[in-house]
Ligand binder design. Structure first.
Ligand SMILES: [Zn+2]
Ligand SMILES: [Zn+2]
Length: 298
């Protein structure tokens, strides 16, 4: 049987190169595919492969002095959901572009937002009502097909855009409100919530385990609506058969959660398109449409 496992751990890593080589050898031996990023602040991975081999991997990690306590998130899929194995050392395990701002010790990111379980999120909303602000910690295109109801969705193409977005005037009004950040599995909020506190947001929480854990607990019966965007061939995940489509087809405006690649092959952007509209080529922007047509007209 095949499975996918997601994990991360913020922990100071002194010798990132040694860890990288160990990880690469281990994953190759176990025929795992996916992506592992290692930095001085920790490790972040998504791996697909045979269940027994993945279990062997988690045991090898548990036996390592740095990676003992990790929450493993299992999901359906396998090695065929990833094109290859990639193991890299970077400045950050999530690229916010602010590695110097983050401090990590053996218990994780220092000065991050308070972790709330899905149940505690509901308690906070019961107690504080509309005052509670949900802050999407992902790229805007992820939020376009699913998000917490009434969440603030910053205009982000990549995680690096948060620095700019947090400085916008509209954000300053939120500095004294209770803010709940959320992302897919929780890792981006570890950094985002610390960056928000560093910028004067006074009451910051983060959803422990992210949307994935929230979805397991409340499915489509709570504060979430739509599909959860995922970075593998599945593209998105529904928590139940009551899951709604909240995205808008860029061609006909019907609701959809279906993303297609921009028809300009030189562009990596995604276009929301309902199934009926995928029959014709579509572009993410006028610019891509024009660029694409120019060679043909020469
Ligand atoms: Zn359409
Ligand atoms: Zn494009």
């Amino acid at each position: 049987m095949q499975k996918i496992v997601l994990f991360y751990k913020f922990v100071p890593i002194a010798d990132t190169e040694t860890i990288m080589h160990w990880q690469r050898t281990l994953c190759e031996k176990l025929e795992l595919k996916g992506r592992i990023i290692i930095s001085e602040h920790g490790i972040n991975g998504t791996l697909g492969g045979d269940l027994q081999n993945l279990k062997y991997y988690t045991r090898a990690m548990k036996a390592h002095s740095l990676f003992g306590a990790i929450t493993w998130k299992w999901s359906d899929g396998g090695s065929e959901d990833f094109p290859r194995l990639s193991v890299k050392v970077r400045d950050e395990i999530v690229t916010f572009g602010k590695p110097e701002e983050i401090e990590v010790d053996s218990s994780g990111v220092k000065n991050g937002g308070k972790h709330l379980s899905p149940e505690q999120v509901h308690k906070l909303v019961q107690a504080r009502g509309d005052d509670v602000v949900f802050m999407d910690g992902r790229n805007a295109y992820e939020a376009a097909i699913g998000k917490f109801k009434n969440a603030v969705v910053p205009n982000t193409r990549t995680t690096k855009d948060f620095v700019r977005e947090l400085e916008k005037p509209a954000m300053q009004k939120l500095k004294n409100k209770p803010i709940v950040t959320y992302c897919t599995g929780g890792i981006r909020c570890e950094i985002l919530s610390a960056m928000m506190k560093n910028r004067g947001f006074s009451e910051v929480y983060q959803v422990k385990g992210g949307i994935a854990k929230y979805g397991e607990a409340y499915k489509d019966e709570g504060l979430w609506e739509g599909k959860m965007y995922v970075f593998d061939r599945r593209m998105n995940v529904a928590f139940s058969d009551k899951s709604k489509d909240i995205g808008t087809c860029s061609s006909c405006s019907k609701t959809t959660s279906n993303y297609e690649n921009c028809a300009n092959l030189a562009c990596n952007d995604l276009v929301l398109l309902c199934k009926a509209c995928t029959k014709r080529s579509h572009f993410c922007s006028k610019k891509c449409h024009k660029t694409h047509r120019e060679p043909a007209s020469v």
